[in-house]
Design a protein around this ligand. Structure first.
Ligand code: NAD
Length: 487
């Protein structure tokens, strides 16, 4: 029986199939954002500990890659069942360390679980191609092979879903995988790996390292690490992309976002308001697919803002584990203060603050800010351009669909974009011309399901192969072309 993964309140790292205490003196606190209370400590793993995790992953690789794909898939079938059985427990853990409402947390576990289901079908995904007689008596076929030790670095905002974008496919393809979770939410990460270990997965196939940028840099630089995936802010994603690429590593780096939602005058306004509410303020705006700018096309702006403001002002805010709560706290005090500061910035820029979340009566000890709306925002303003990652919506007015598309396309980011309309022609023009990788038509959060790829563009993504779906399989494999003659 292995030691528990969290000792008292200090997280352990996972190497060679065992949970271990880090000897690191430096630790960071983990908070319950709804109360501000410290609930755990996460160690910043020492270089020798990071090395040990890599060594175990490297040692496990030759045997794991030889395990038939159908047998590897069986571990994932077991993992899928464990995740299903522990879904509520994982969701409670997410609510505790991240703060989001329980139902939202549960939904995010489900989306991660769907990637495990996709990975269960790995034998078909790994099929190659064959051509007989490419020349007289000569045939060719392709093999899709694993690449070695893969590293995954994840953000705080989806403590289970984002790790599950990477881990199941990486190991299903025959790689070994090292997980460096966000230092802000290590408890869900720990539980995900504990459940994976319960499947009987061979030691070393998955490892877990705690830390921040120095531990990530050590992993990237390590000669035995073949590939790196990161999901995080644009600053972290671009730094990891540059460092990994400079060392010849395969890398996919998903960055920040500033997603736009275009509201056409013919849209069903009741449905739009509900979609925009959930997109802009769900999870307190801490989603990379949150809609943080609404572009209202004349003449719908005044009515849209009036209805949205009324709905947002009455949102139920509170601890995510309370029934009926629509919006929980922000992740920590620094982020709460940053969001408040952006409200000052918008006012200084002369945007009209029609709903000020600082005025909401919120629980005193947690990291709460109410929903806020700026109207008559100009595309050049910081509140229109920069990722705030909080419950702040900027509304820009546009004279036509073409003007609205131009507003969307001047953004440096290109994760998601949505249009609300009943006009097929407008929807078609928007989907064709908009510069974003994930597009919604009457959908406020157009996140692709597991069998498609999560495909941000521009400053929201660095690399070429995106996460999960077919791209995910391509990222975690290398193609070999075999040409053979026997006669
Ligand atoms: P973050 O960039 O602070 O941290 C993300 C991860 O990178 C963490 O594990 C952190 O320890 C590590 N890290 C931070 N700085 C680093 C550096 N310089 N070098 C190497 N590693 C580093 O992000 P966060 O605050 O945890 O998460 C929120 C951000 O993630 C937002 O910008 C959000 O848009 C983005 N995000 C993007 C997607 C997407 O799919 N594009 C999905 C979720 C979150």
């Amino acid at each position: 029986m292995s030691a528990p993964a969290v000792s008292a309140t200090r997280c352990r790292y996972f190497a060679d199939g065992r949970w271990r205490d880090s000897a690191a003196r430096e630790t960071l606190p983990v908070h319950d954002p709804a109360t501000g209370a410290e609930i755990a400590q996460v160690p910043l793993c020492l270089p020798a500990e990071v090395d040990a995790v890599v060594a175990a992953a490297r040692a496990a690789f030759p045997a794991w890659r030889k395990v038939p794909a159908v047998v590897r898939a069986r571990y994932l079938f077991k993992y899928r069942d464990l995740l299903e059985r522990h879904k509520d427990e994982l969701a409670r853990l997410i609510t505790r360390e991240h703060g989001k409402a329980f139902e939202d947390a549960r939904g995010s576990v489900q989306r991660g679980l769907e990637v495990v289901e996709f990975a269960c079908g790995i034998p078909s995904q790994l099929l190659g191609e064959t051509l007989e007689d490419i020349a007289p008596g000569i045939d060719s076929h392709t093999l899709r092979q694993p690449i070695g030790v893969c590293v995954g670095i994840t953000p705080f905002n989806f403590p289970a879903m984002v790790p599950l974008w990477m881990l199941p496919l990486a190991i299903a393809c025959g790689n070994t995988f090292i997980f460096k979770p966000s230092e802000k939410v290590p408890l869900t990460a720990t539980r995900l790996v504990e459940l994976l270990a319960e499947t009987g997965l061979p030691a070393g196939v998955v490892g877990l390292v705690h830390g921040t940028a120095p531990q990530v840099e050590q992993l990237i630089d390590h000669p035995q690490v073949a590939a790196v995936s990161i999901v995080g802010s644009t600053a972290a994603a671009s730094a990891v992309y540059a460092r990994a690429a400079a060392r010849g590593k395969r890398v996919q780096a998903l960055g920040g976002a500033k997603n736009h939602m275009v509201v056409m005058p013919d849209a069903d306004l009741d449905a739009v308001v509900e979609s925009v509410m959930s997109s802009a303020f769900g999870s307190s705006g801490q989603r990379c697919m949150a809609g943080s700018v609404a572009v209202a096309v004349d003449p719908i702006g005044d009515e849209f803002v009036r209805r949205l403001r009324a709905r947002a002002a009455s949102m139920r805010i509170g601890p995510g584990d309370q029934a009926g709560v629509e919006m929980g706290p922000l992740i920590n005090a620094a982020q709460r203060d940053r969001v408040r500061a952006y409200l000052d910035i918008g006012v200084t820029e002369r945007a009209r603050l029609v709903l000020d979340g600082r005025e909401r009566d919120v629980p005193r000890d947690g990291f709460f800010v109410g929903a806020s709306i700026f109207d008559h925002v100009e595309p050049t303003m910081r509140v229109a351009r920069e990722e705030i990652f909080g419950p702040v919506l900027s509304v820009i007015r546009a004279g036509s669909l073409a003007d609205a598309i131009a507003v969307v396309n001047r953004s440096a980011m290109g994760n998601g974009a949505s249009i609300f309309t009943r006009d097929g022609g407008a929807a078609r023009q928007f989907t064709s011309e908009v510069e974003a990788g994930m597009v919604g038509v009457n959908i406020g959060v157009p996140v692709p399901m597991a069998f498609f790829s999560f495909s941000g563009w521009k400053g929201s993504f660095f690399g070429d192969l995106h996460v999960h779906g077919k791209d995910g399989v391509r990222f975690y494999t290398e193609v070999k072309v075999v040409t053979s003659r026997f006669a």
